[in-house]
Design a protein around this ligand. Structure first.
Ligand code: NAP
Length: 253
């Protein structure tokens, strides 16, 4: 017992792939009991097996974060499984189809906003209900470098990730005396199935992304997960309402 999250229970959305899967494994390694959730049932089952294979306690439940009844049921599952919810990582997200803004399809705009921004709002809302009742908790919302700077051809993605930072600051200000901390992480380009799919769709995008990384490489999902572990741990007890950029220096240069 010497993990940063010993004795804590945690919810991770988008846990069936990429950063979410790495986050679930890192939380489990650091002693948390985890509820894994994703819309992708097969990916979720695989992540659950990987976490359980480490000997950690974990359960899984599918949920679409853009649907409030599913998010409510997910939070009920967290309480049923472990009696309380200490940490949450609202990580589920999609890029949507790339397109110039002038040609952006409204349905694509609405789908990305609904998963990325409404999804983060719904998770936050129901997590706060549980955590306020306990008088303690820590939440991390996954934004992006695209939450800080422009993301050409991904306007709904960029708007949703900027919106997540506004939600994070507002939730932190509202809850500063409640014992619940709310922060965001802004990953840079990270080697996940989402990123692989995005780069495979356009050699131009791949060149642009790889060229934008000062260290000459993408981040790993595990490097992003470490930031979420720390922000959810008691070591980050005075960190609230902030956006932690984890991108190898990409947006800062
Ligand atoms: P990923 O590999 O695609 O994993 C995301 C997971 O979320 C997938 O399993 C996906 O399922 C799931 N998901 C999609 N819509 C959902 C919904 N409505 N409800 C619940 N789960 C849903 O992506 P990732 O790269 O790990 O990204 C994780 C987060 O980091 C996202 O919020 C992303 O925007 C952010 N991020 C990623 C990067 C990067 O470079 N990879 C950079 C900055 C920020 P499906 O596969 O079925 O869609």
């Amino acid at each position: 017992m010497n993990g940063l999250l010993d004795g804590k229970s945690a919810l991770i959305t988008g846990a069936g792939s990429g950063i979410g899967r790495a986050t679930a494994l890192a939380f489990a390694r650091d002693g948390a009991r985890c509820v894994l959730s994703d819309v992708d049932e097969a990916g979720l089952e695989e992540s659950l097996s990987l976490v359980q294979a480490t000997g950690a306690e974990a359960v899984a439940r599918t949920a679409d974060v853009s649907r409030e009844p599913e998010v409510e049921a997910l939070l009920a599952k967290c309480i049923e499984a472990f009696g309380r919810l200490d940490c949450a990582v609202n990580n589920a997200g999609i890029t949507g189809n790339p397109s110039p803004l002038a040609q952006m399809d409204l349905a694509n705009w609405e789908r990305v906003l609904s998963v990325n921004l409404t999804g983060a709002f719904l998770c936050l809302k129901h997590e706060l209900v549980a955590m306020q009742a306990q008088g303690a908790g820590a939440i991390v919302n996954t934004s992006s470098g695209a939450g800080i700077v422009a993301a050409p051809f991904l306007s709904p993605y960029c708007a949703s990730k900027h919106g997540i930072l506004g939600l994070t600051k507002t939730a932190a200000a509202e809850n500063a005396r409640s014992g619940v901390r709310i922060n965001a992480i802004c990953p840079g380009s990270t080697d996940t199935p989402m990123m692989q799919k995005f780069m495979a769709g356009s050699p131009q995008a791949e060149k642009m992304i790889k060229g934008s990384m000062p260290g000459g490489r993408l981040g790993t999902p595990e490097e992003i997960a470490e930031a979420a572990v720390w922000l959810c741990s008691d070591r980050a007890s005075f960190v609230n309402g902030t956006a932690l950029v984890v991108d190898g220096g990409a947006v800062g240069r």
